[in-house]
Design a protein around this ligand. Structure first.
Ligand code: ADP
Ligand code: MG
Length: 578
């Protein structure tokens, strides 16, 4: 578990303080039965009341000290374990923020949430357990065995055999339960994923009336989790009664054998009483050890899952150059780029693609769904690296740029715009945190987001999580405003005006034109009318370049483009004429 080393180092002092408390407490616990045997043997047995007082008050003092140590270590344990858990969650979150697309594709978000909450709680429980009892239990256990041996060797043979039986039981149960706990966590992931999918797609579920299907899915994941839970706990459930049984037998034998030895004058009543107390202490400490082992088994499974997150690829390792990233020119060059999604079927999504756009130009990318338009944007942003060829921004290979710098130079309005809970203004300010209210307003106006003025609190209106309380077109306009505010050399609109009506779309495009000269604008679209107005048009078909040039050039020499034009523009004209 050297994985936790750096967390451990941070809390070294309180940890060792807790270890000290636990050790002292264990010693106090160990002394008590021996002191008690003295109360009985030297005091009560001999009829010496002063001896009873002497050993009795010593015993009381030792127990009081033990209680003080117990309180201190409990306080320390809670604080340290909770803080370590918070550190762990923080680091996990940092890691997840920087996830590369590959990593994000690999671990489902439902599972990430389980790992951040459930698995870290398991670690907290374990650390807490270790600090409270882990050292105490072995010390008490071994100490009790030693002191019992010193008290009476013959009787202690019984203790040895009881301990051997219990140790075997523990080893067997651990072997059986570890794999079950890994399976249990996976079942929990499944439940989370189902719930999350439902929540994300709740409108679709309602629209298609597929409640039953969804609840069946949940029901099956849920009962699976239940079964796995029962199976994992069954082993532990069987273990502790068996252990109690073994100790119960041991105690009975101690008393039997003790009375025999007493009649032979080989043991006295004080020893026998102390023996039963040691026996009980051994039982409690062994139960504690099992609990910690049990927690250990679960924690081991959880740790493996947490480590998996930490071992995922990251996009960038925090350049720290926040705020003053280098400004590049908006010249874009694709040189023989080929790329296949690592999670895909191996068929390239982009095949040997070359084109270039100069700073200040508008480029439209047009093509049917699945032709690789969005992939061009993701590659430019380096969410994925190309397999062959290279991409240049401002004359530099994007792989030589710091990813942070690269992304500061590109603003994107993705196909599915994401908004976050917070106010309208906050969501737009994502583009530029330092922007003044005036700048936010201007950006919103350029994006034709005048609906904001009709909202109850204007720019301070609250959006629900993921922007649930506004329409798709409104979402798109807020996302465009955000990208405009970022004012970066490259602006990409990935089908970003699809939910806008033709008039609004034309206005947004007009406003973007005003900004051109400073910005390279890439408009990804399926509408010919949108593409037509661009300086250059790239026609994509199945990941390959089917044409590149101005509208006039393409109308002359690109069959696919002509087809798109005819079906979209001419048919709509005919409809109007009819
Ligand atoms: P477009 O934006 O033109 O509709 P995309 O660039 O989104 O097309 O997709 C191009 C191809 O790549 C499609 O065949 C699609 O199935 C595939 N693809 C897109 N995203 C992924 C992904 N994350 N993993 C695997 N394949 C993907
Ligand atoms: Mg797309």
């Amino acid at each position: 578990m050297n994985f936790y080393g750096r967390y451990f180092r941070k809390y070294k002092f309180p940890f060792f303080a807790a270890v000290f408390c636990v050790t002292s407490e264990a010693i106090c616990d160990l002394l008590a039965p021996t002191l008690m045997s003295n109360v009985i043997n030297r005091g009560i047995g001999q009829g010496m009341i002063s001896q009873v007082y002497y050993w009795g008050s010593l015993m009381l003092a030792v127990t009081a000290f033990g209680a003080c140590f117990a309180v201190t270590r409990n306080i320390l344990a809670s604080r340290v374990s909770q803080r370590m858990g918070a550190d762990l969650r923080y680091d996990l979150f940092e890691k997840i923020i920087n996830f590369s697309e590959q990593s994000a594709d690999k671990i489902e978000s439902g599972s990430l949430i389980t790992r951040m909450t459930n698995d870290t709680s398991q670690v907290i429980l374990f650390v807490n357990g270790i600090m409270r009892i882990f050292l105490k239990a072995p010390i008490t256990c071994v100490g009790s065995i030693i002191l019992a041996t010193l008290l009476n060797f013959r009787l202690s043979l019984i203790i040895y055999s009881v301990v051997a039986v219990i140790a075997t039981l523990i080893i067997i149960s651990m072997r059986l339960s570890y794999p079950r706990y890994s399976i249990l966590q996976k079942a929990m992931d499944k439940v989370n994923t189902v719930v999350q999918e439902y929540l994300i797609g709740v409108r679709l579920v309602k629209a298609f009336g597929t409640y039953e299907q969804e609840s069946e899915k949940f029901e099956s994941a849920n009962s699976d989790l239940m079964q796995k839970g029962i199976s994992a706990q069954m082993i532990i459930t069987l273990l502790s009664p068996f252990m109690s049984l073994a100790v119960g037998f041991g105690t009975v034998i101690v008393i039997f054998a003790g009375s025999r030895l007493f009649s032979l004058d080989l043991a006295n009543p004080g020893d026998i009483t102390a023996f039963t107390v040691y026996m009980a202490q051994i039982l409690t400490s062994i139960i504690m050890i099992t609990n910690v082992f049990n927690a250990f088994v679960r924690t081991k499974a959880s740790t493996a899952r947490i480590r998996e997150v930490f071992e995922c690829d990251c996009d960038f390792t925090g350049s720290g150059s926040a705020g003053n990233a280098e400004e590049l020119s908006g010249d874009i060059v694709f040189e023989n780029v080929t790329f296949a999604y690592p999670s895909g079927s191996g068929v390239p999504a982009i095949k040997n693609l070359s084109f270039s756009v100069e700073s200040g130009q508008t480029l439209a990318i047009i093509g049917p769904t699945g032709s690789g338009k969005s992939t061009v944007a993701w590659l430019l942003l380096r969410f994925y690296d190309v397999n062959e060829g290279r991409i240049l921004l401002g004359g530099r290979d994007i792989r030589d740029l710091d990813v942070d710098t690269l992304r500061r130079n590109i603003a994107i309005v993705p196909q599915k715009p994401m908004l976050f809970s917070g106010t309208v203004a906050e969501n737009i300010r994502w583009g530029n945190r330092e922007a003044s209210d005036e700048m936010v307003k201007q950006a919103a106006e350029k994006a034709q987001a005048d609906f904001i003025y009709r909202m109850q609190d204007g720019f301070d209106s609250l959006l629900g999580s993921a922007g649930v309380n506004i329409s798709g077109g409104q979402k798109q306009r807020l996302a465009i405003a955000r990208a405009i505010l970022k004012n970066s050399p490259v602006l990409i609109l990935d089908d970003a005006t699809s939910a806008l009506d033709a008039v609004t779309e034309a206005r947004v495009r007009e406003n973007l034109k005003d900004m051109a000269g400073k910005q390279t604008v890439i408009i990804i679209t399926q509408r010919c009318g949108t593409a037509m107005t661009a300086d250059r048009i790239l026609v994509l078909d199945n990941g390959e370049k089917a044409g590149f040039g101005t509208h006039e050039q393409l109308m002359m020499d690109c069959g696919i483009y002509r087809d798109i034009y005819r079906t979209q523009i001419e048919s709509s004209r005919e409809m109007q004429e009819e």
